[in-house]
Design a protein around this ligand. Structure first.
Ligand SMILES: CCC/C=C/C=C/C(=O)SCCNC(=O)CCNC(=O)[C@H](O)C(C)(C)COP(=O)(O)OP(=O)(O)OC[C@H]1O[C@@H](n2cnc3c(N)ncnc32)[C@H](O)[C@@H]1OP(=O)(O)O
Length: 321
């Protein structure tokens, strides 16, 4: 049996190579043993997200989850399954205590080409009567698709959208329901619904104008369906940063998510709730809302930990939420 105790020192006091090997081996073993529970934890939890066939969900760092739109062959177009997956996935993330921030991106050469124009099940109904047809559409597509997109906004964790190449139609609905938008310099956004003969009905017409705060540009983009390129998207406030390529953008997105994930989950989640509420209410109502929340949240251990860490110039560690 090989002894792990090294006794064969050379005459000049240095370990010989087999001894060095044993030391390195033991060190690696120790590191591996201490890391493996964290890694196992991270990946076993993410395995619960394997069921989503149109999304790929991974854990790039502690408390950060990466959701990738994953139908690259059709440029991540949105079929019925996608809308179901998206909603269930974000509802799961919202109550998953191992996740504090979400990074959203698209696999392949395009972020998303919007509604799947080849999915016949999307906007059709076999009902003969117009009233029944209408209600079937409402119940089977419009309402569930609205709820699917809104699941990003309702998700208790911030969602950082990293957009490359093109973001068309339903893609604009999707990213305007997120918290932060980043884009590559070649990216464009297109409110394309009118071009396919419909009024956008799953979020763009409600959120876009609130994001950019410029009603005239918003209406121009919606009525003309013209492409809005990254530089202009930055100028009008749709995105907060532009990157030379996807790799750089993903690096920044992960850094941003990691910073968010290191902060008090109580403070982050209450802030998201308050920001969303305040967007749709008066200042007075917003203040009342956050006051009601903070009556409880100010009593959290997170506040004491964060204050103590700031005073002692240490990094606070917050328990799961
Ligand atoms: C209640 C409903 C609420 C939702 C409403 C949402 C509405 C919308 O999203 S409106 C916008 C709909 N989308 C479009 O109009 C875009 C259609 N696609 C394109 O114009 C082009 O594909 C695009 C400019 C995005 C990219 O062109 P490119 O030449 O670079 O690629 P393609 O060869 O066209 O595409 C590659 C393969 O992907 C398929 N594909 C692309 N987009 C869609 C789509 N939206 N739906 C289904 N399939 C799509 C395309 O057919 C190619 O497939 P294949 O020929 O099999 O290789």
């Amino acid at each position: 049996m090989t002894s792990l105790v090294c006794t064969n020192r050379s005459p000049i006091g240095r370990y010989n190579s087999s001894c060095r090997f044993q030391e390195i081996y033991s060190m690696l073993l120790r590191t591996f043993r201490s890391t493996i529970p964290a890694v196992k934890r991270m990946y076993s939890q993410i395995a619960a997200y394997d069921k989503y066939t149109t999304l790929k969900v991974t854990a790039p760092s502690e408390y950060v989850c990466h959701v990738e739109l994953n139908r690259p062959d059709s440029l991540n177009s949105m079929n019925k399954q996608f809308f179901t997956d998206l909603r269930q996935c974000f509802e799961q993330i919202s109550s998953d205590s191992s996740i504090r921030c979400v990074m959203l991106s698209g696999a392949g050469r395009f972020f998303t080409s919007g509604l799947d124009l080849k999915d016949a099940a999307l906007l059709t109904s076999d009902q003969p009567d117009v009233g029944r047809k209408g209600l079937a559409l409402l119940r089977g597509s419009i309402t569930p698709f609205q709820e699917s997109i809104s699941s990003l906004e309702k998700c208790s964790k911030p969602v950082v959208c990293a957009i490359h190449s093109g973001c068309v139609g339903g893609g604009v609905d999707l990213v305007t329901a997120g918290d932060i938008r980043l884009a590559t310099s070649d990216a464009y956004f297109q409110i394309k619904e009118i071009d396919i003969g419909l009024a956008a009905d799953i979020g763009t017409l409600q959120r876009f104008q609130k994001v950019i705060g410029n009603d005239s540009i918003f209406r121009e983009l919606a009525y003309t369906c013209r492409k809005l390129f990254a530089d202009e998207a930055f100028k009008i406030g749709l995105i907060s940063s532009i990157f030379v390529n996807k790799e750089e953008m993903m690096k920044f997105a992960l850094e941003t998510c990691t910073i968010i994930a290191s902060k008090s989950p109580i403070a982050i989640q209450t802030s998201k709730k308050s920001i969303n509420y305040s967007r749709d209410h008066s200042v007075k109502e917003g203040l009342e809302h956050v006051a009601a929340w903070n009556m409880t949240m100010l009593q959290s251990e997170d506040l004491i930990k964060a204050v103590m860490a700031a005073v002692n110039k240490e990094k606070p560690v917050f328990s799961k939420l």
